[in-house]
Ligand binder design. Sequence first.
Ligand SMILES: C[S@@+](CC[C@H](N)C(=O)[O-])C[C@H]1O[C@@H](n2cnc3c(N)ncnc32)[C@H](O)[C@@H]1O
Length: 532
Amino acid sequence: MTIAYDTCQLEARRQAIQVDIDARKPAAERNRLGQFATPHALAVDIAHYVESLIGRGHDSIRFADPSVGSGSFFSAALAVFGHKRIDSAIGVELDPAFADAARNLWATKGLEIVQDDFMRVVANGSCPPAPNVILANPPYVRHHHLDREYKERLRSLAFQMAGVEVNGLAGLYVYFLLIATAWMKNDGIAAWLIPSEFMDVNYGAALRNFLTGSVTLLRAHRFDPDDVQFGDALVSSVVLVFRKTPPAADHAVEFTFGGTLAEPHARDHIRLERLRDSRKWTAYPSHAKNDRHTVSDGKGPTLGDFFRVQRGIATGCNKFFVIDRADAKRRGLPGKYLRPILPSPRHLKTTTIDADDDGYPLIDRQLCVIDCDLPEPMVEAQYPALWEYLQTDRPPGIMDGYLIGKRNPWYKQERREPAPFLCTYMGRGSNDKQPFRFIWNRSRAIGTNLYLMLYAQNGLAAMLRRHPDRAETVHALLGRVTGHELRGEGRVYGGGLNKIEPRELARISAASFVDLWPELELNIQAQGQLFE
Ligand SMILES: C[S@@+](CC[C@H](N)C(=O)[O-])C[C@H]1O[C@@H](n2cnc3c(N)ncnc32)[C@H](O)[C@@H]1O
């Protein structure tokens, strides 16, 4: 295909302007507005794929991008569909710098720019005529950066227009997708580049239901971290393409992974009924190249059969409640109201922790957490040093914190016994590298909520009571859970940060435990019978 010379020139100018505006903005502001532009090659790939769906016929295209930026998608639409075929084109953009740039670049090519908040444009009823093709990379703004009132307005708009109740933890992109789809013409085609986290997390359920019930999802493509083309930037993104029409009962969605949209490395067609029952969409397509497959089908033994998994404690203010043991001693704080606690995983260099005579971890910097259940008058009367620390050293405003505000007394921590095994709650790692570390804890230290605490239960607890020496092997087996499995059960955030929640860790296969100690399986079966 030949692309008009001036379109190429305009695209080159757009890229230069994009770099220039990006460079002038502090990272925090770009984050707040979710300003990360779509690489041109990807925008063109997406437009080509959309063209393969709508055909090269003479139907005219009414294009829209609800968060147009400098116009990466409009430029791709021009290159792929051609100027003549685009009947109308609308780009909405909140940021005046981008809105002006896009207007200057593309007005002569027919792109009309509305400089406003897309949500407000829709809510006002001042939306331009409905498009039949939407190509979008909406702002990825996280829910905690959305102000409460604004979020409430978004939620009621999404409900009013799309009939979807969005979970308050969802990011701005979820509202964009729902509301823009409500605006789009029936039978129109939309392609969205959005974070893939909704595919796995509980708060993504409303969007997953929408995609399997209200529209016909045609394609979901994820990127391979090993692909050099887009580097790390898109590792945690997905391209979704759907038609605004209810799905046929036997519809199957094409899931692809790696490579390009045109030539993915792996593909699979997943029937809607299966998709509706799946809790992790990133596990598709199931292929060695997809690094997020889940091994456990939830039927064989899982870590949850052998461990009770609990998050570590949330103190509400670690820098106040967690202090150096030596400092606590110097201040004369009473030992009975101090508990050993592990440093943050960043500062924990070892995966096996031994204890000193007091049960404190034998590590460079021993820490303790203040944990006292005496009412304030008793602390004041009996433990003046502790009283003084609580009164004079506490940072201003901590009493207004949610956790501290509802605790009684406010310096009493959640109950946790030391756990013999812990798993770090977040981390990075691709391929075989475990993103989380398993720790064998032989001390009395507990962990903060940067750790998951694993307490042996059922047959494993009984076995460890009989054979305490097997704890080392248990630790080794945990260390052999593959990075693929951990990432498959956990979730990945922007920039490739992985996290895993207790319930997710509990779903990891524990087949290796039963292979080594078959009596553990008998134990699970016996329990099953007990409950039947
Ligand atoms: C992820 S960028 C994508 C830009 C462009 N579509 C692209 O693909 O390169 C998202 C854009 O949305 C804009 N934006 C943020 N909040 C918006 C809102 N409420 N309404 C319209 N645009 C918004 C940002 O300024 C940014 O330019």
